[in-house]
Design a protein around this ligand. Structure first.
Ligand SMILES: CC(C)(COP(=O)(O)OP(=O)(O)OC[C@H]1O[C@@H](n2cnc3c(N)ncnc32)[C@H](O)[C@@H]1OP(=O)(O)O)[C@@H](O)C(=O)NCCC(=O)NCCS
Length: 215
């Protein structure tokens, strides 16, 4: 009798453990997580999704390939993933040196913003997590977007400078200036401790010089 009782109780425990595992698995499957990592820590699967979608969404010809000798190795990547580690949205931040009114600044360039599954709030989650990181850093940040997308960024808490992309010129290492790649695009921004953004807004006739040809 005693043995039976113990056997029954073991079965019950086994069943409970099984149910608990199934519950945890189903919760993990539905769990959406926001992570920041460096380019060197992206899995080959994540890199492949990112490169495929960059090509699809932006027509990017080059591939991101983090190596110890390139800046993608230590670049900040932001991922929204589900419990199966599937990528739902991603973006990254370039570190960009710029010059405005003869002063040098180091800012974040907001780039490669893509939602893999659109219209489910993953883009918003991504932009909120990027915003949190930028605000904690104290740096100013700038990105470029088609005016149609400005309402999306505004809702995520970013400021917008309408049709101002043409103020941002690339100055190469030889000092030669190149016309902006962003023509009439809107500029999205977050102001940092350096006071750069109010200065750009105030002096709206002046160009901004970027040490990077594109975002
Ligand atoms: C822009 C993008 C990242 C938005 O991601 P998403 O996951 O679809 O966005 P969300 O589901 O969080 O949508 C948030 C809000 O923005 C709006 N929105 C999203 N994409 C939009 C678009 N292309 N145009 C206008 N509004 C848009 C949504 O309608 C939604 O508004 P609501 O809250 O009133 O319903 C996604 O559309 C995308 O990957 N686009 C292709 C790549 C691209 O253009 N990236 C931006 C480069 S600057």
């Amino acid at each position: 009798m005693m043995t039976n009782e113990i056997a029954l109780s073991e079965q019950t425990v086994a069943l409970l453990i099984c149910m608990d595992r199934a519950y945890n698995n189903s919760m993990n499957k539905n769990r959406v997580e926001s992570v920041r990592l460096l380019g060197k820590d992206l899995t080959s699967h994540e890199l492949s999704v990112i490169n495929t979608l960059r090509k699809q969404e932006f027509g990017s010809a080059s591939e991101i390939s983090p190596q110890p000798n390139n800046d993608d190795w230590v670049k900040n990547y932001f991922l929204i993933r589900d419990g199966d580690d599937s990528l739902l949205a991603f973006g990254r931040l370039h570190e960009v040196d710029i010059e405005f009114k003869a002063e040098a600044y180091s800012i974040f360039g907001i780039a490669t913003i893509v939602s893999v599954i659109k219209g489910k709030g993953y883009g918003t989650l991504l932009m909120q997590s990027i915003k949190h990181f930028i605000e904690m850093s104290g740096k100013s940040a700038i990105g470029f977007c088609n005016a149609d997308l400005s309402p999306f960024y505004r809702k995520c808490g970013y400021g917008i400078l309408s049709a101002s992309g043409n103020r941002f010129l690339y100055r190469d290492s030889e000092g030669e200036l190149h016309a902006s790649k962003y023509g009439n695009d809107d500029v999205i921004y977050l102001g940092g401790d350096d006071g750069l953004i109010p200065k750009i807004i105030e002096n709206n006739e002046d160009s901004v010089y970027l040490a990077r040809p594109h975002w």
